[in-house]
Design a protein around this ligand. Structure first.
Ligand code: PEP
Length: 254
């Protein structure tokens, strides 16, 4: 089964509007000079407040833009929240959900994340669903059970059509922003387990078609080996997506 590769950048809470415009300008210029391989897609999730301006200036320049979170609610008195419909209305294409920083600092669990995915899909956004174990869980030998449980709780109940609009990002918490990357073997065995879980929950077609990205200290120097694993379909990149030359290094490695 040949799947496209997705290299997605998560900018977290970095970059003001001028900084963001400069980075996207540099990036789109670089991608115009040297195109990524035909089967490689480039996605970026800037801070939401900056999203409409970036889309307005840089749509159709080879990058898809999305948000880093959305509310599970349609609308209402939820101060500070942003709905999936609002994200869609500025012509964004995807939303990252269940990132480990949302789980850790905002107490998100897979029941809530399921509702957020439902809100995203109802508004024709692609949902990037993040999962992954902590270091303690891995050291205790629980990592496979934890990730299987996360995927099962968050994704059970969607139909095959809906699943085709979900991308999974396996991001071991111990590798995010730490400079410690999962080895290609560690990442591949978890991606294979996620695909097997999808086969059991849904069917072979859903499992084979799912794009499963690896996230956790991906850099230009380690991307090629990670992305060449049979079940790794690209990466969700934090720190290295903030610097245009690092991010293009990762894109060209895909
Ligand atoms: C992330 O935040 O999704 C991430 C993978 O961060 P980093 O690449 O910096 O580890």
């Amino acid at each position: 089964m040949s799947r496209k590769k997705i290299v997605a950048g998560n900018w977290k809470m970095y970059k003001t509007l001028p900084e963001a415009m400069e980075t996207i300008g540099t990036l789109t210029h670089a991608l115009a000079v040297q195109s990524p391989k035909e089967n490689v897609e480039v996605w970026i999730a800037p801070p939401s407040v900056i999203l409409p301006m970036i889309i307005h200036n840089y749509h159709n320049r080879g990058i898809s833009f999305g948000a880093q979170n959305c509310s599970e609610h349609k609308e209402g008195a939820y101060t500070g929240e942003i709905s999936a419909a609002m994200i869609k209305s500025v012509e964004a294409q995807f939303v990252i959900l269940g990132h480990s920083e949302r789980r850790a600092y905002h107490h998100e669990n897979d029941t809530l994340i399921h509702k957020k995915i439902r809100a995203a899909l109802s508004n024709q956004l692609i949902a990037i669903y993040c999962c992954g174990e902590t270091l303690d869980q891995r050291n205790a030998g629980q990592h496979f059970d934890i990730v299987r449980k996360q995927v099962t709780e968050a994704l059970s109940g969607f139909n095959a059509d809906e699943m085709s609009n979900i991308v999974i990002a396996y991001e071991p918490v111990w590798a995010i922003g730490t400079g410690v990357t999962a080895s290609p073997e560690q990442a591949q065995e978890m991606h294979a387990l996620i695909r097997e879980t999808l086969r059991q929950l849904f069917d072979g077609k859903v499992a084979d078609q799912m794009h499963i990205l690896y996230g956790g200290s991906v850099k230009p120097g380690n991307a090629a080996e990670l992305f060449s694993q049979p079940d790794i379909d690209g990466g969700l990149v934090g720190g290295a997506s903030l610097v245009a030359s690092d991010f293009t290094g990762i894109i060209y490695a895909a």
